[in-house]
Design a protein around this ligand. Structure first.
Ligand code: ATP
Ligand code: MG
Length: 436
């Protein structure tokens, strides 16, 4: 178990006459009864001393920050020398990292009270900022003076929202006010760091509340969201404005980054496509396309991986399409999207529907039926993907096809099989091809 392993490492450091503590996220998670993701250790020993204590089990992974990684059989532990951080002239990086003498000094540089606790080798809690009290009150509160802490490092603004979402906490008043005042400083922060925090924020239990409370913070790096805030849809399907619908839909999707990003951006083009008919109903013709184009740009700007970006854009493009619940309808969608994205599309449609007016919840039934039909088609081995087709490129070459003809013919064959015009049986398919 990790906790025991960490204890062994801490004891080893103490036996050499240094101090060592569990610190940060793992202490917070232990007090919450959650399983920590990683176990960070803080120590009075210098990096080179840690290297010496652990010999070939130690790796100098972050010497610049005073961090050494120690690997045991199965796990890796980061051991960081007590630090203080000097001044921040750029709002991103401390000008210099200096080592500190005590655990308390190190805790004073940390971002939030719930992250600024340590546990010593005897299991005693070191908690100078009442992080345990804030855990009980379910509050995110800065260590020290919020204005200063956010000016030093603007990423902390988004980290505050991230922890509020993941822990489903509120943000304490003076911290909240400083977040609102200094949100614009996030402009200085590299996209990669924004993206990493956003992926966690979007997948948190409290995502909806955070999105609803802090549109202006997200608007610093996704300004396209701002016109959605309060935008009345004037449409019977909708009981919320575009942004509120977006927040509900995002939180209604399973917590994985692709689905949650898709929901966050799925209607982002709505404002640009808005029209009102003679009966006073609002419409957003063509909004999936427009939203998908905007999402492509936003995801690229945030330096998302190409594959994730493409999946998100495709799902947004498809989110409002009506897919007939027939073997042909589903077969054709799976053919175009692939099985994984088709399943994601069902999840997107569910989340979208859950955030619409309750009178339209019956649409869920149709989505359920679509999923059931997909299941049956897979069970019956009704071919739905090219790889399931009983003939392949070699068969076509043997019949004299060549080049692009091969792929095109296979696609055409697959469409015919999906449409029920031919059976997916080798002999029948070959006979059909020979007839042509
Ligand atoms: P997670 O469970 O997501 O890993 P965590 O609390 O461990 O959460 P990390 O980003 O791994 O978060 O950071 C480890 C610790 O380092 C934090 O708990 C906090 O004490 C400190 N920390 C991290 N980033 C900052 C920052 N930008 N400013 C101040 N302290 C920070
Ligand atoms: Mg961590």
């Amino acid at each position: 178990m990790s906790r025991e392993q960490a204890q062994i490492i801490i004891n080893e450091i103490e036996n050499r006459g240094f101090q060592a503590y569990l610190v940060g996220g793992c202490v917070r998670d232990l007090l919450l009864g959650r399983i920590p993701e990683d176990w960070d250790i803080a120590s009075s020993a210098r990096p080179e001393q840690i290297m010496e204590i652990f010999g070939d089990k130690a790796y100098p992974t972050g010497l610049k920050h005073g961090t050494v990684t120690v690997k045991t059989d199965r796990e890796a532990f980061e051991i960081t020398t007590f630090r203080t951080e000097g001044s921040y002239s750029d709002g991103r990086h401390p000008d210099a990292v200096t080592f500190a003498r005590t655990m308390e000094e190190d805790l004073s540089r940390r971002d939030f009270t719930v992250n600024a606790m340590a546990i010593d080798s005897a299991g005693r809690l070191v908690d100078p900022y009442d992080g345990a009290g804030d855990l009980a009150r379910r509050l995110i509160r800065c260590v020290g003076e919020p204005e200063r802490r956010f000016t030093e490092d603007a990423l902390r603004i988004l980290r505050g929202l991230r922890f509020a979402s993941v822990l489903h906490f509120s943000i304490e008043k003076s911290t909240r006010q400083a977040i609102q005042t200094h949100a614009h400083l996030l402009q200085r922060i590299a996209s990669e760091r924004i993206l990493a925090e956003m992926n966690k924020l979007l997948c948190g239990d409290g995502c909806r509340e955070v999105l609803l409370a802090y549109p202006d913070v997200l608007g610093v790096f996704i300004p396209e969201l701002l016109p959605c805030v309060g935008f009345d849809q004037m449409n019977i399907h909708h009981c919320y404005d575009v942004y509120t619908h977006t927040a509900y839909a995002t939180a209604a999707a399973e917590p994985n980054p692709i689905l949650r990003w898709t929901m966050l951006l799925h209607d982002i083009g709505k404002v640009n496509t808005f029209t009102i008919d003679s009966a006073g109903q609002g419409h957003f013709y063509g909004h999936p396309r427009v939203s998908a184009d905007m999402a492509r740009e936003i995801c690229a700007r945030l330096r998302m991986r190409r594959k994730d970006r493409e999946d998100i854009v495709t799902l947004i493009e498809w989110h409002d399409r009506d897919i007939p619940v027939t073997e042909k309808g589903i077969g054709s969608a799976v053919l175009q999207l692939g099985e994984e994205n088709f399943r994601r599309l069902l999840a997107v449609k569910r989340a979208d529907n859950l955030a619409q007016a309750p009178e339209y919840r019956w649409v869920m039934r149709k989505i359920d039926l679509g999923e059931k039909l997909l299941y049956e088609m897979l069970q019956k081995k009704r071919c739905i993907l090219l790889k399931d087709l009983e003939v392949d490129g070699n068969d076509l070459m043997a019949l004299g096809y060549s080049g692009r003809e091969i792929g095109q013919t296979l696609q055409r064959l697959l469409r015919s099989v999906i449409a029920g015009e031919i059976e997916n049986q080798r002999e029948k398919l070959l006979a059909y091809l020979r007839m042509k």
